[in-house]
Write a protein that binds this ligand. Sequence first.
Ligand SMILES: Nc1ncnc2c1ncn2[C@@H]1O[C@H](COP(=O)(O)OP(=O)(O)OP(=O)(O)O)[C@@H](O)[C@H]1O
Length: 235
Amino acid sequence: MSISVSTLTKVYGTQKAVDEISFTAKPGVLGFLGPNGAGKSTTMKILTCFIPQTSGTATVCGFDVVKQPLDVRRHIGYLPESNSLYQDMYVKESLGFVAGIHKLHQPEKRIAEVIEQTGLGPEQHKKIGQLSKGYKQRVGLAQAILHNPDVLILDEPTSGLDPNQLIGIRQLITELGKSKTIVLSTHIMQEVEAVCDNVIIINKGKIVADETLTGLREKNNSSSLENIFISLTNR
Ligand SMILES: Nc1ncnc2c1ncn2[C@@H]1O[C@H](COP(=O)(O)OP(=O)(O)OP(=O)(O)O)[C@@H](O)[C@H]1O
């Protein structure tokens, strides 16, 4: 399994944000859904070694997030919810900077590939601060996939994008999901229908559904995903 999480718990002070969750993920796109404050970003931050868990374990490509963080970082790409980019850097320069962190061989070639893949071509000579929100999001995605990781963690990657850009990014996620394990957090149920193979719904720090998209619908009398979400998270 590319991701394996076992009885993972995170407590902030007195707030239990993640409560003994266990799940696995393999190549494909896993929708990671839940209401605001359910614990999605917290789980993603633990998987990407940004914060430590309180208890339980998580491994990425067999590497433990606490004991082997450097190995985990080599295998994972992360687009955080608040995608903080260096506004004064040029697009290509920022990708060169990230390539340096990953010590990539032939960075120029890989940067050109990723610019093509993320549709950044027309904007590649601009400073990040001059880009529209959608293109900034593409830069974040380009940075996340630059080292060709096996696992991608995308925290609301399409929030605030226009319908044309949405389609482009969703196509890219679908394409990447053919070979990589993608954990995708989103509040857009249409997006889940469009790109996800499997779905986890988390509510108040606990997993309330972990199914294939078709399995989830069958179990809930073919109800819409929106209705399933509402019924599982209003308990
Ligand atoms: N650094 C922190 N200190 C204290 N509490 C925190 C911290 N980060 C998150 N929390 C709390 O943990 C809970 C889970 O937050 P988290 O950001 O993981 O939710 P989420 O599912 O990603 O929500 P959203 O959909 O709004 O992004 C919330 O109650 C939140 O207030």
